[in-house]
Design a protein around this ligand. Structure first.
Ligand code: ATP
Ligand code: MG
Length: 233
């Protein structure tokens, strides 16, 4: 069985109301451990809905999701266990920052994993280093006074510090200038090379992602329209 297996996944928002919306309409794909996958598709095609399912944030209307041998759409699954394996950086990562200092923000996840204070500090340093933030310069600053690109880096570091097996980034280059975009993609690529990790990066644009991903999944209207190597799409 593949590392990630999504079968016939359906998601309906607000079922039975006038705002009912079938956002996922039978999604199927699998991902092998260690793959770097780009997930692309137009606005409203269901990308964010899909990855929230992979992190256990939404309950499927139908279908199944197995990650690392565990059915995370099942009834008995503990969200805390899913989060240990799957790290998600949201499309608007400022909503993921809530502590007074950058250090405390990034330390929040590893602290909850029951690590010692020294181990937590090691994780924070390593994660900040991976996203190009200088630990000594930045650790005591407030995450709220940062630029959009820096906030995104802190949010990515916070998820990396938990050492997930699957890292999902929703539009990590949104709102960045071309330079910031290239930098973030390069850093994600470096993280991918250095660690034993599987990565899904959501993007609006094929251009951004084709260079870094092994495989591209294209969504249209809540289903997978294409799933192939970048050069084949
Ligand atoms: P974008 O590229 O703009 O981020 P997306 O591919 O991530 O788009 P989703 O956010 O998954 O798309 O949305 C899929 C569909 O579900 C859209 O039609 C959207 O309007 C609808 N939708 C998303 N979130 C909700 C919600 N909380 N309640 C109701 N409908 C929703
Ligand atoms: Mg989205």
């Amino acid at each position: 069985m593949a590392f990630v297996e999504v079968r016939d996944l359906v998601h309906i928002y607000n079922p039975g109301s006038t705002f009912e919306k079938r956002a996922l309409n039978g999604v199927n794909f699998s991902i092998e451990s260690g793959e770097f996958v780009g997930l692309i598709g137009h606005t409203g095609s269901g990308k964010s809905t899909l990855i929230q399912h992979l992190n256990g944030l939404l309950k499927p209307t139908g279908g199944s999701i197995v990650i690392d041998g565990e059915d995370i759409a099942g009834k008995d699954v503990k969200l805390a266990d899913v989060r240990k394996k799957v790290g998600l950086v949201f499309q608007y990562p400022e909503y993921q920052l809530f502590e007074e200092t950058i250090e405390r923000d990034i330390a929040f996840g590893p602290k909850n994993q029951g690590l010692s204070a020294d181990e937590v500090t090691e994780r924070v340093k390593e994660a900040m280093n991976a996203v190009g933030l200088d630990y000594d310069d930045m650790k005591d600053r407030s995450p709220f006074e940062l630029s959009g690109g820096q906030k995104r880096r802190v949010a990515i570091a916070g998820v990396l510090a938990m050492m997930p097996k699957l890292l999902i980034l929703d539009e990590p280059t949104a709102g960045l200038d071309p330079h910031g975009r290239d930098e973030i993609l390069q850093e994600i690529k470096d993280i991918f090379k250095k660690r034993d990790i599987t990565i899904i990066v959501v993007s609006h644009s094929m251009e951004d992602i084709a260079e870094v991903a092994d495989r591209i999944i294209v969504m249209t209207g809540g289903t997978v329209m294409m799933d192939d190597a970048p050069r084949e799409i």
